[in-house]
Design a protein around this ligand. Structure first.
Ligand SMILES: Cc1cc2nc3c(=O)[nH]c(=O)nc-3n(C[C@H](O)[C@H](O)[C@H](O)COP(=O)(O)OP(=O)(O)OC[C@H]3O[C@@H](n4cnc5c(N)ncnc54)[C@H](O)[C@@H]3O)c2cc1C
Length: 429
């Protein structure tokens, strides 16, 4: 088994870090993932000078490591959202989730990105009868309030959707899509470069401070390649947000998520496991998510360890996920696992995305495992905002809570307790 990200074996990332960091730019962006590159592409095509800085390489973060599920909806259910924000704002949030998938589709077409984007739909499967019983109500609210149709799959029909008998039924959304995320992020980077953005890999930003440059109000970025003054800054560092932006770091909980990929499966086995090639996830808090890759591997992910990826958490997760996969699909008992890797999710304390300004810097974070489409979308919306163009950002201005009692300095000491709490919730609810 390779402790390596399968997707990276399917792609050549663009390169071309210029020799010297320019002294000035209209916009500096921290992070070369979906958020940062989508923003860079949109800004550069409107003539702004854009510098993207990443401590690692293009797509190194969650953007190349994820399940490639381009999903409708948010992490929280619509009823929770409506209670918290009211139906009108919830409608805008739901509409943004649908628009975000259209935007990914549009960018893929416009920039001719070869990334296996396909509107294959997603399937949520119920781990308990009580979970299945809530689906009817969700489908009804989503149809009535958002004019969007989902389909309930009773247990007796589930075999048309998935080759597993352990679930109590399911819910399908045909609008969701699948993508090869590494090829998609590579394509976004290539598009941003073609439009004139510069991308500096291996360039760590150590601090971002308000300053002035020859009397003009600017932001000063101290980086491992020198100093850069920018009119505007966008922080697009997601689960890898660091002490370079301490105010934001304190609002983000970095949570590990891990994935295994099997050997290539025979066509007949792949067809039995997932006859419609859906993006699948289950109804637990400590959930599993899984899908076939275009070359017929079963890619199976979950929050096997709550801590972010290290050699140790990746190795332990491989066995936990293999056991989980066999519970779902006993057919895979003898399938070899070829790859295992991990990545870091960004959860905010309210499990919501947040995009707007904090201390004079733009940010878009808090995707909570729903970031492929939403990061693309919010990057583009913030770019429009910076350019003074019309934008639609339903997350701007919603309360952005920090840790209760301020008991968090960016080191998530409470993760073992959170992990145990969610396991307990899955047991009792
Ligand atoms: C294992 C896993 C599975 C997932 N599956 C799905 C899925 O199937 N569907 C879905 O919708 N979402 C999924 N997600 C979430 C999704 O991948 C993320 O929400 C999305 O990729 C976030 O993109 P981003 O551009 O904001 O951040 P990232 O892609 O994480 O990029 C952040 C970048 O910031 C850089 N950086 C950090 N600090 C600095 C600094 N000081 N200076 C310079 N650079 C810095 C890092 O090097 C990194 O490259 C998954 C995430 C993980 C980890």
């Amino acid at each position: 088994m390779n402790e390596r990200n399968y997707w990276l074996d399917t792609v050549t990332m663009p390169s071309g870090t210029p020799d010297e960091l320019p002294p000035r730019a209209d916009v500096a962006i921290l992070g070369a993932g979906f958020t940062g590159l989508s923003a860079a592409r949109a800004l550069a095509r409107h003539g702004a000078s854009v510098v993207v800085l990443d401590s690692n390489s293009i797509g190194w973060g969650a953007s190349s490591r994820n399940g490639g599920m381009v999903l409708t909806g948010l992490k929280l259910g619509v009823e929770t959202l409506a209670q918290r924000y009211g139906m009108e704002l919830t409608r805008r949030m739901y509409a943004a989730s649908l628009a975000s998938i259209d935007l990914v589709e549009q960018i893929v077409a416009e920039e001719q990105i070869d990334c296996d984007f396909s509107r294959c739909g997603h399937l949520e499967v119920a781990c308990k009868q009580a979970h299945f019983d809530t689906y009817a109500r969700s489908v009804e609210v989503i149809a009535r309030e958002f004019n969007h149709r989902l389909q309930i799959i009773p247990r007796k029909d589930l075999r048309n959707e998935i080759g597993s008998d352990i679930y109590y039924g399911g819910m399908v959304d045909q609008v969701s899509a699948g993508v090869n995320p590494a090829r998609y992020v590579a394509g976004l980077a290539a598009a941003a470069l073609r439009r004139g953005a510069s991308i500096f890999e291996q360039t760590r930003v150590a601090s971002v401070e308000p300053d002035s440059d020859h009397g003009d109000k600017r932001v000063r970025l101290s980086t491992s390649r020198g100093t850069l003054f920018a009119r505007e800054v966008l922080i697009a560092t997601s689960g890898y947000t660091s002490a370079a932006t301490p105010a934001l770091q304190k609002k983000i909980i970095p949570i590990g998520s891990f994935i295994i990929a099997t050997e290539r499966l025979p066509d007949a086995v792949a067809r039995e496991l997932s006859p419609r090639h859906r993006m699948i996830y289950d109804s637990k808090h400590y959930l599993y998510y899984y899908r076939l890759t275009p070359d017929n591997r079963m890619l199976f992910g979950g929050r096997a360890a709550f801590f972010p990826e290290t050699g140790d958490t990746v190795r332990k997760s491989a066995e936990i996920l293999r056991r989980g996969m066999i519970e779902v699909y006993p057919q895979l008992r003898d399938a070899a696992v070829d790859y295992v890797w991990g990545g870091t999710l960004d959860f905010c304390f309210d499990t919501m995305p947040h995009a707007g300004q904090l201390n004079g810097m733009y940010h878009a974070v808090g995707y909570a495992g729903h970031g492929v489409a939403m990061a693309t979308y919010l990057g583009a919306q913030l770019a429009a905002q910076i350019l003074g163009q019309p934008s639609e950002n339903p997350y701007e201005g919603i309360p952005f809570p920090g840790a209760p009692l301020g008991l968090y300095n960016g080191r998530p000491w409470f993760l073992p307790f959170a992990g145990a709490y969610y396991k307990l919730l899955d047991w009792i609810s």
